[in-house]
Design a protein around this ligand. Structure first.
Ligand SMILES: Cc1cc2nc3c(=O)[nH]c(=O)nc-3n(C[C@H](O)[C@H](O)[C@H](O)COP(=O)(O)OP(=O)(O)OC[C@H]3O[C@@H](n4cnc5c(N)ncnc54)[C@H](O)[C@@H]3O)c2cc1C
Ligand code: SF4
Length: 436
């Protein structure tokens, strides 16, 4: 069981930043689609949803069929419709872009169809005839959820082990609330597991509460979907002061509960990636009067999506570029950040120190990797902290598969969904099933 999450969470103040279509708007947008036969949008989608097909079904009033087309390729299609960076995926490859015409809003159309499925309680898939085989899945994030759903369709028994009390992984605990709130993600996870026959064990940390050897003994195959680990630290003086947090850790707190921000007049977020950009937008949205993002390179070098950063600027967030913290100061809690300017190579410039006031600091310079947890198992390769697999997700140890962030080093929900499903099909072949 997933633990119920409180209703009065900090994230609840955020409105949906992409307005949903009503039936008429969806129909008009669907009818703009050119239904390209080579469909670059479908190729750009990691789960290869047949985009022209689902849009054609919306245009002909067949919403149920449209939702089925989406879920057939991607069982997490409801959340992906909200959280996918469509500007660099399907929408970014719409042929209209080359004609100077606004691209088709694929995410919004996908949301229109999948939301109706949830509202109406439509279910499309059943568990397959039992094979007598069982698979253990570590983690209840998007990768494991997609894998478990596909494995159940193929008839294999599944047990999902999740160390947290809530399910959905970072889709529940990390996604910016103006894209999707935590309760939606939990609802989706429950809907996916609603196929039946998945045993869910929350509060069980594999490697601690259950050893890898015990897991291997209990199951015919194992899927590793553990995602990434805790926030990376800067390693500078004062980082342990109250008020200095890892970004993913603090975002989880605002998503699942109430964040106490009284007395925070200025906040600093360190980093230039998407988590840093989410962090500044979230703090500004929660009413922190002055929010600054500090990045060690130039604005144009930020690794986060440009469109997300521009949206952050619109809510009044400031940028401090070519700047990196060298220490945090304060008595009972952080009050000031000492920074140093950096040169074109992002190296500190001697004598260029300056300070910024901040009663709250988020360090968003990346997350650690968890691949090392498998290092005791012979045959499993770990490179730069990520689990090494073949294209389908098989590791070098018989019966062990992996997918999602722990395999790809940290991408998007849609990549985790694609890798989880592909690994489930590889597991099926391994267990002697017919070609999936
Ligand atoms: C702040 C933030 C914002 C993001 N925003 C977006 C976005 O807007 N759009 C998007 O597409 N993607 C976004 N992502 C990325 C996306 O959330 C991930 O790519 C995706 O969730 C990866 O899925 P996963 O299943 O591989 O891992 P996770 O979602 O991390 O799930 C792994 C699960 O495994 C559990 N686990 C770990 N170790 C163990 C263990 N030993 N035993 C049992 N359970 C364990 C964890 O508790 C977790 O629930 C964001 C990520 C972050 C950090
Ligand atoms: S899953 Fe994401 S990338 Fe794929 S078609 Fe839908 S919105 Fe686009």
């Amino acid at each position: 069981m997933s633990k119920p999450i409180p209703t009065d969470r900090s994230e609840s103040v955020f409105e949906d930043y992409k307005h949903e279509y009503d039936a008429k708007q969806a129909l008009i947008e669907a009818n703009r689609c050119l239904y390209c036969s080579d469909a670059p949008c479908t190729q750009a989608c990691p789960t290869h949803i047949d985009v022209p097909e689902f849009i054609r079904k919306i245009a002909t009033g067949n919403l149920k069929g449209s939702a089925r087309t989406i879920f057939e390729a991607n069982i997490l299609g409801m959340s992906c419709a909200r959280v996918c960076p469509v500007e660099v995926l399907c929408v970014g490859d719409c042929v209209y872009n080359q004609m100077g015409v606004p691209p088709i809003q694929i995410g919004k159309l996908q949301r229109h169809a999948t939301d109706r499925a949830y509202e109406q309680g439509w279910r499309f898939f059943e568990a397959g005839a039992p094979t007598g085989k069982s698979v253990g899945l570590i983690g209840a994030g998007p990768a494991s959820l997609a894998a478990a759903h596909e494995l159940r369709r193929l008839g294999h028994a599944c047990t999902v082990y999740e160390k947290r009390p809530v399910i959905g992984g970072l889709n529940t605990t990390g996604i910016a609330p103006y894209k999707m709130r935590a309760d939606r993600s939990v609802q989706e996870a429950q809907w996916v597991l609603g196929i039946g026959g998945v045993q869910l064990e929350t509060g069980v940390e594999v490697g601690k509460d259950l050893t890898l050897a015990e897991l291997e003994k209990k199951h015919d195959a194992v899927f590793v979907g553990v995602g990434l680990g805790p926030d990376t630290r800067l390693g500078v003086p004062g980082e342990d002061l109250p008020g200095v947090h890892g970004a993913v850790e603090l975002i989880e707190r605002l998503k699942l509960g109430k964040l106490e921000l009284s007395g925070v007049k200025s906040a600093l977020v360190v980093g230039g990636g998407n988590t840093a950009i989410d962090g500044v937008r979230e703090l500004a949205g929660l009413g922190v009067p002055s929010v600054t993002l500090a990045y060690r390179g130039a604005e144009a070098q930020m690794p986060g999506y440009r469109h997300e950063w521009l949206a952050a600027r619109e809510v009044g967030v400031a940028g401090a570029f070519h700047a990196v913290p060298i220490g945090f100061e304060g008595n009972a809690r952080v009050e000031r950040v000492r920074l140093v300017r950096t040169d074109a190579q992002k190296k500190p410039i001697a004598g260029s120190e300056f300070t910024l006031d901040a009663q709250l600091v988020l360090i968003a310079i990346g997350q650690s990797t968890l691949g090392q947890m498998l290092s005791g198992l012979s045959g499993i390769g770990v490179q730069n902290g990520s689990v090494v697999t073949d294209a389908a997700g098989a590791t070098g140890r018989k019966g062990w598969f992996a997918g999602g962030d722990c395999r790809n080093g940290g991408k998007e929900v849609v990549n985790a969904a694609a890798e989880g499903k592909a690994a489930a099909q590889a597991i099926h072949r391994h267990l002697g099933g017919k070609d999936a």
